[in-house]
Design a protein around this ligand. Structure first.
Ligand SMILES: Cc1ncc(COP(=O)(O)O)c(C=O)c1O
Length: 354
């Protein structure tokens, strides 16, 4: 088996892959791929998936849990449209995905105030002590910066409605859903296969947008009224997400996943800090526990190091094309043994070069 450190789509637990494969061949006598989304057997899957999201994140009363399509990229637009009232909003720019959210909010007519940005240092830190002016419809941030490897370790302080793109760290650690008015996340990191996008939104906000532009698919009120069945949902992705959430709860839930993720992150960052051949690329206090970015101090060793991790069965650690270097993504399903394998490659490589 390979050690898959890919940034997404990414690994899920092996047992989930196996159950998903069984469902493709036999889901109550049909394949999950051919079953009607209106059939009671799939409606039961959707209902269970929603319930398991609520259970694993302790979603309070008054929040809708929806599974749509379009990825987090459509979430940029949908969240802006859902929250639009006066038309002004505050955004925190921590990198590519936050910039994407800003662009799409502007596209639907939001007057965006970028209240903080880490662009001055190539998005290598999380802005602190952010002043957010009053009179904004909402504040938007991206909890984990998948590409540059930074992560908010506390929730930005504001009395305004809070919107968060949690694509790359949802279900990896405990959160207080009540801190948020709207959360959205593409499935393909800690939830399931690409295809579904999760929305957790305060029901009282739905149907209150001031936007005149509101195509039906972008209207969360319509999706809520139809219980995520306004059109054909991403059946397979939701099915596997449901299996994965069952597995998450059976293995101690989000709390236990967080402890495992902390242990993995500690191990790899300790090696980066200890090993004279490597250096981390982001501010230590803002390091992501999901996406660990690092560089070789001497780039001339690149081919040799690449050969070493390739040989150890490691895949997916090349950095994003916009950053270079290495990025080891360590989502929930990546085991401690995989991280140990990478650490061993790094330390053996240093011993060889000493
Ligand atoms: C934080 C974040 N936001 C948004 C996206 C875009 O997601 P999608 O490909 O589901 O549109 C990604 C993709 O990796 C991401 O990591």
């Amino acid at each position: 088996m390979k050690h898959n450190f890919g940034a997404g789509p990414c690994i899920l637990p092996q047992s989930v892959f196996e159950e998903a494969a069984k469902g493709v061949l036999d889901f109550n006598g049909l394949s999950i791929l051919e079953v009607s989304h209106r059939h009671k057997d799939f409606v039961a899957v959707m209902d269970e998936a929603v319930e398991l999201v609520k259970k694993s994140l302790n979603v309070p009363e008054g929040y809708a849990v929806l599974f749509l399509q379009g990825g987090a990229s459509l979430g940029f637009t949908i969240s802006a449209l859902t929250m639009m009232r006066s038309g002004k909003a505050a955004y925190i720019n921590t990198g590519t995905w936050a910039s994407g959210a800003i662009k799409e909010a502007k596209n639907v007519g939001i007057d965006v105030d970028v209240v903080a940005s880490s662009e001055d240092k190539n998005f290598s830190y999380i802005p602190k002590n952010i002043e957010i002016p009053s009179g904004m419809d909402y504040v938007h941030y991206t909890s984990n910066n998948t590409i540059y490897g930074t992560q908010f370790h506390s929730v930005p302080k504001t009395d305004l409605p809070l919107v968060c793109d949690m694509s790359s760290d949802i279900f990896s650690k405990e959160i207080n859903v009540a801190d948020y008015d709207l959360i959205y996340a593409g499935a393909q990191k800690n939830l399931g296969p690409a295809g579904a996008t999760l929305y957790i939104v305060k029901e009282e906000l739905l149907g209150k947008s001031s936007s005149k532009f509101m195509p039906s698919y972008l209207d969360l009120k319509k999706h809520h009224d139809k219980e995520s069945m306004m059109n054909t949902p991403p059946v397979f992705s939701i099915y596997v997400a449901m299996l994965n959430l069952r597995n998450l709860l059976a293995t101690g839930g989000v709390k236990a996943a967080e402890a495992r993720n902390n242990a993995k992150a500690e191990l790899l960052y300790a090696e980066i800090d200890r090993n004279p051949l490597f250096k981390g690329t982001v501010a230590v206090e803002d390091r992501s526990k999901m996406n660990v970015c690092f560089l070789l101090n001497d780039e001339s060793l690149t081919d040799e190091f690449n050969a070493a991790w390739n040989e150890a069965g490691i895949v997916g650690i090349k950095g994003h094309r916009s950053t270079g270097g290495y990025r080891a993504s360590m989502y929930n399903a990546l085991t401690l043994e995989s991280v140990q394998a990478l650490v061993k490659v790094m330390s053996d490589f240093a011993s060889k070069k000493a």
